[in-house]
Write a new protein. Structure first.
Length: 310
């Protein structure tokens, strides 16, 4: 969050945002909360609370029985931009064990369970080497296990990585493949070793499928009732019953797969597939341009194939 209050240091600004986070989402805050999260002294925590009351007059009241500051009836955020997605992202990170309670800012999280997927085993040295190659605009050799029939065993192959992609389940490096002379996706868990940094191949600027975007429109499934369509539109943040998504061509397959839109969704039962694309033929043409059909021998029932992994 940018400092919109001149004269307040960023560290203090963050603590004021924290105070407001606790007031907005949890109803109250006290000095010990600030001390526990930021490690400041008792006098400093008191100063922070006084400064907050000075900068946001009328926002808090002191609850003597609870010995904490609570949100006033006419509370209006000054330092925090309330965002349900931001709060739930913190809750998800906490539920997945990716952050400690003190880091999440959530003092009293509701009982939460996450539909977890198995943890992908990514070699630390490989990831570090790939990151270095991206940073230095260099190539690197990786020992890569492909799932293709042509390469059933791990093969050393030189790549020039320039970006990372995440499909909601797996991370991959977007890179120029020196063997196939094209940009492809390499799943990080399948890169077993890394070695031999070298000169780069084609640069990021030549990766058209990464740099260019395709826009498509999603709408509620036509077989839903009007009230069902209305709540689906709300669920997906649609305006006038539609939502336009702009996606890199290189990420199109993954986005469509996650949304259940690789096949003709209008032919799926509406109770199971709630959204469809407005122009299925345009999406299929975009997939063809992105070479998904060519590289994967793609077919709707083969959704576990890896794109561009050689």
């Amino acid at each position: 969050m940018e400092n919109e209050n001149p004269g307040i240091r960023w560290g203090v600004e963050q603590r004021l945002e924290f105070i407001e986070f606790r007031l907005f989402w949890e109803g109250g805050v006290n000095r010990s909360d600030i001390i526990d999260v930021f490690g400041v002294s008792v006098p400093q925590a008191s100063k922070d609370l006084s400064l907050y009351q000075e900068r946001a007059p009328g926002n808090v009241e002191y609850d003597k029985s609870g010995k904490r500051y609570v949100a006033a009836k006419d509370f209006e955020p000054r330092f925090l931009k309330p965002d349900p997605d931001a709060y739930l992202s913190r809750l998800r990170s906490l539920g997945e064990g990716l952050s400690m309670p003190v880091e999440s800012w959530i003092a009293n999280p509701p009982k939460t369970d996450i539909a977890l997927t198995p943890k992908r085993d990514i070699n630390t040295d490989v990831l570090r080497a790939v990151l270095e190659a991206v940073r230095d605009h260099r190539s690197i050799e990786i020992l890569y296990q492909s799932m293709s029939k042509q390469r059933p065993d791990p093969v050393w192959r030189r790549i020039t990585p320039h970006a990372f992609g995440y499909d909601g389940f797996r991370w991959h490096a977007r890179a120029f493949c020196h063997i196939d002379s094209k940009f492809k996706d390499f799943l990080l868990p399948r890169a077993l070793e890394a070695r031999a940094p070298g000169e780069s191949g084609a640069s990021e600027g030549h990766d058209k499928l990464w740099n260019e975007y395709f826009s498509f429109e999603i709408v509620p499934h036509p077989n839903l009732t009007p009230s069902q369509q209305s709540v689906v539109a709300k669920d997906y943040g649609m305006t006038d019953g539609k939502c336009v998504l702009s996606v890199r061509y290189a990420m199109l397959f993954y986005v469509l797969r996650r949304l259940g839109l690789l096949g003709d969704a209008s032919k799926e039962p509406a109770r199971r597939q709630h959204i469809v694309v407005s122009s299925y033929s345009d999406v299929q043409s975009a997939l063809a341009r992105a070479e998904f059909f060519e590289q994967e021998g793609w077919r709707p029932q083969a959704l576990d194939d890896d794109h561009g992994s050689g």
